[in-house]
Structure formats: C-alpha cells, structure tokens
Design a protein around this ligand. Structure first.
Ligand SMILES: [Zn+2]
Ligand SMILES: [Zn+2]
Length: 289
C-alpha cells in the first residue's frame, strides 16, 4: 500500500512562498492498495489537485472516498473535484453517518445557492452513498480498515489501514486528553485518558496525526479538538508506532515554524522512546509499505 499527501494543512488553505515546503492545501490523501484500488481520504482543498491529476491521466474509473468528519477544511474540495462532473467516473463515498447528517447532506449543504452557483445535480459521475454507523473492523477490497472515534467534534473518525501485516493510522483532528488545564502531559495520565486510541494505534508502521500546536502554546487551545507536540510524542511512544508523521498544521505555522515544530517534537520523542522516527508530512510526499 502507498499513501500520497495532497493536503497537510489544517483549518484553511494557505497560499504563498512561506508555505511552499509543507504545502497550503487542507487534508486530502490518496491511498493505493496492493491490488490497485484507490481510496481518497478526506476532501480538503488538496482534492482539487488530485482531481486534476486523475482527469489528466484517465477518462473513467472507480474510486472510493472515505471521510473523517465534515469540518470545512475536510470537505471544501468537493465542489472543485473535476471527476465528479464527468460521466464515466464512479465513486463510493464512505461516510460516518450521524443523526444530523449523511453523505448526501455533506454535499448538498455546501453546494446550495447561498454558497455555490450550482447544485450536485450537475455532477455527471455515478456517486454511491455508503453511510455507515458502526465502528469496528471491515474488509475493504483486500484491505482491512479499522475505525475508531476520536476526541474532536462529534462523530469524527480515525482509520487504520492494514495490508500484508503493515499498518497506517490516519488520526487527524484529535485532541490527546490529559486534563491540560490542571496537569502536565505525563505518560501515566496520557495513557489513562487515551488508552482506547493508544491501543488502536499500537505498533502501527505509520501514525499520521494532528500536530496543530506547540506544547507552550496549548493552554489557550484546550478543548479545540487538536493536539500539542509534547502530548503527541508521549502518545506515539506509548503506542510504540514506528514512524510519526506530523499532519494538519496550524495555518499560521509557515515552513520555518513547521521545521521548528518537527525539531522540538523529535526532542520530546527522545525523552520517551529511542526508536520512533518523526517525519513532517508535506504535499506531494508518498509513503510506501
Ligand atoms: Zn481539520
Ligand atoms: Zn475538525
């Protein structure tokens, strides 16, 4: 399996030279399985460029889109995804349904006259809505997909992809909990408050995780549903992952700041583990296992 990053930024796209190294697009990943299936993960602004690549490569095809949740930065690429408009393409959209929302709503809400000039009625592709309610483990075309709920706004999900004994966890928009107003992040309290997610990530080859904040800036952001780099370092070491991929950068963090975030995270990691590699994800990067 391999994963390519088309968007690594959180909250809002950020253009400009000072974001050129890590990229300015919001979350979108392209996962290709060993058997040749493509699963697109999240539909942030990076989806637009992925769509442009798809239509320049092929005239038709079937793809899957798997959504973590419906915050704006994870859905805003949808109206700009060219393959949706073209007959011959087919999509299964896998969506964690809630009482408030299903996959079709996610598209209708943003493609209505108040926000966009046309509705999804102009789409030429075949779209199959595959809402799901259960968390657990599912077989997906020779790929095992495990699903967990994370600490973020209601109904946000993490996915673990396992193929041929190797696994990648996508866990963006997750606040690692430790009663941060009153406590420092320490392994014991981090495990106590996050044991379900730590076990979900256990021994993963790659953990792609929310890295919005520096530890020193976190006090003002408690409860926003994102993590700081010290609690993340402890979380990754407790889960014994092999590689930690920083992801979902704060839009105010330019390349220099992300470099600093990565260096500081490596320093924190060393306190808790000898063997975890920390990589700052960037647009265009592909990991293959
Ligand atoms: Zn987000
Ligand atoms: Zn979110």
């Amino acid at each position: 399996m391999e994963i390519t990053f088309w968007g690594t930024r959180g909250s809002i796209p950020v253009p400009g030279n000072e974001y050129a190294k890590y990229g300015g697009n919001t979350p979108c990943l392209e996962l290709r399985t060993a058997s040749g299936e493509t699963i697109i993960i999240d539909a942030g602004s990076g989806l637009r460029e992925l769509g442009n690549k798809i239509v320049s490569d092929v005239k038709s095809g079937k793809y899957s889109l798997l959504m973590s949740h419906t915050h704006w930065d994870h859905i805003q690429g949808i109206p700009f995804f060219k393959p949706f408009y073209i007959k011959g393409f087919e999509f299964d959209i896998f969506f964690p349904e809630s009482e408030e929302q299903c996959a079709e709503d996610m598209i209708d809400v943003q493609m209505q006259p108040l926000y966009f000039p046309v509705t999804k009625d102009v789409f030429g592709s075949q779209i199959n809505y595959k809402d799901f309610k259960d968390i657990g483990i599912f077989d997906f075309k020779n790929l095992e997909v495990s699903i967990a709920k994370v600490h973020h706004s209601k109904n946000t999900h993490s996915y673990k992809f396992t193929e041929n004994g190797k696994s990648i966890v996508y866990m963006t928009d997750n606040e690692i909990m430790y009663n941060a107003a009153d406590h420092e992040p320490e392994p014991e309290i981090i495990y106590k408050n996050n044991s379900d997610l730590i076990e979900f990530c256990r021994d993963a080859d790659y953990l792609i995780h929310d890295s919005m904040y520096f530890f020193n800036d976190f006090k003002n952001k408690i409860g926003w549903g994102h993590s700081n780099n010290k609690s993340l370092s402890i979380f990754a070491s407790l889960a014994n992952v092999k590689n930690l991929l920083l992801f979902h950068y704060d839009p105010d963090h330019n390349d220099e700041t992300v470099d600093r975030l990565a260096a500081e995270t490596k320093m924190f990691l060393k306190e808790y583990s000898d063997n975890i590699k920390c990589i700052a994800s960037k647009e265009g990067m592909t990991i293959k296992i």
